[in-house]
Design a protein around this ligand. Structure first.
Ligand SMILES: Cc1cc2nc3c(=O)[nH]c(=O)nc-3n(C[C@H](O)[C@H](O)[C@H](O)COP(=O)(O)OP(=O)(O)OC[C@H]3O[C@@H](n4cnc5c(N)ncnc54)[C@H](O)[C@@H]3O)c2cc1C
Length: 319
């Protein structure tokens, strides 16, 4: 399998800067993953049309270090600038690809996509911003049970009866892991787990065969009710069951959960601990942009992070 020099996760200002600065420094085999249909999802989705974009956002005066000439403008002029630099620098961008896990084996990272594919790289730059949220079900979650419904497995205690909803790697990982110490059912609307990797497939099969994990497959959920404060799940086949807790793993992830999954050390406010080159506690994983701030951040600071990170990676590659 091909091993990229640098894999960049997130095609906003931080990720774009990392990609462009890599090309300028003639680092080859660089790939950028963006989960949206185009780059800069935060700017596209959260800025109003014609919004004024300030370089010194909210009074933060930042001198640009890198090679992207970003200045005051509008939402549209900012997107145009990024369109142009991505196109003229011939960057290998993969849109509509969401990375859902990064693991390390020796000196090489494996980045896993939500579609179940894997990519290998020597260095990783994470610049996923702070706007990501887990996907929610289309039916309402009654107020009385909202404190029993989760989008990660952090709040599950031993011996609880838990329903995991989803069919990707994350759902399956939660299911077989929690099934060791809990009464767990895995519910997926399809009959087959076609997007999971081989290791997860084997561990899932083992957990099901041993009787630890129950499944309810090819059946969707119709609605949720409260039964004395516990979630009552009404399935589309007419059956209902009461659980202590429900965990939805149906795509999307809160940035802090993504960082935890990648084993990055975070401070008490959920900000990754990095050194002066923005390198995280995991050697050769770097973090750029808004993730480095509890709140705040700006386009200019994300661009500078991209430049600083690639300068450091370039030194290491070309030593
Ligand atoms: C309403 C609003 C107005 C603002 N106005 C200004 C302004 O005038 N000037 C200014 O300097 N700053 C402004 N900001 C802040 C600025 O937008 C951010 O600081 C900047 O976008 C941060 O860049 P980033 O690369 O860290 O993250 P983001 O811009 O958030 O980009 C992250 C990208 O990663 C992608 N992504 C997320 N998860 C994954 C994954 N798992 N796999 C693949 N891709 C993924 C997302 O789709 C997104 O495109 C504003 C912010 C908001 C919300």
């Amino acid at each position: 399998m091909k091993i990229y020099n640098i894999a960049i996760v997130g095609g906003g200002p931080g990720g774009i800067a990392a990609a462009v600065e890599s090309v300028i420094l003639k680092i080859d085999d660089v790939i950028l993953f963006e989960k949206g249909e185009n780059h800069s999802t935060t700017i596209r989705k959260f800025y109003k049309d014609n919004k004024r974009v300030d370089k010194d956002y909210k009074g933060q005066k930042i001198d640009l270090n890198g090679n992207i000439y970003f200045m005051d403008g509008t939402k549209e002029s900012t997107l145009d600038l990024f369109d142009k630099i991505l196109a003229t620098n011939n960057i290998d961008v993969r849109f509509k690809i969401e990375i859902d896990n990064i693991s390390k084996d020796g000196d090489i990272f494996t980045l896993r996509t939500t579609g179940g594919d894997e990519v290998k790289a020597k260095f990783v730059v994470i610049s996923i911003g702070k706007m990501g949220v887990p996907n929610k079900p289309s039916y309402p979650i009654p107020l009385e049970i909202r404190n029993k419904v989760f989008f990660n497995a952090n709040s599950i205690n031993q011996n609880e009866k838990v329903l995991i909803v989803g069919g990707g790697n994350s759902a399956v990982e939660y299911a077989y892991f929690l099934a060791e110490k809990n009464n767990v059912m895995l519910n997926y609307r399809k009959a087959e787990f076609s997007r999971i990797n081989q290791i997860n497939k084997e561990l899932l099969d083992k957990s099901i065969e041993s009787g630890k994990l129950k499944t309810k497959l090819a059946i969707d959920i119709e609605s949720l009710d409260s039964s004395n404060g516990k979630p009552k799940v009404n399935f589309k086949d007419g059956s209902s069951e009461i659980f202590d807790k429900i965990v939805y793993a149906i795509g999307g992830v809160a940035p802090v959960d993504f960082l935890k999954k990648c084993n990055l050390e975070l401070d008490s406010t959920g900000v990754p601990i990095v050194n002066a080159s923005c390198e995280s506690s995991v050697k050769n994983i770097f973090v750029a942009g808004d993730l480095l701030f509890k709140s705040g951040g700006s386009i200019a600071s994300a661009l500078n992070n991209g430049f600083d990170i690639i300068t450091e990676i370039n030194n290491r590659i070309k030593q």
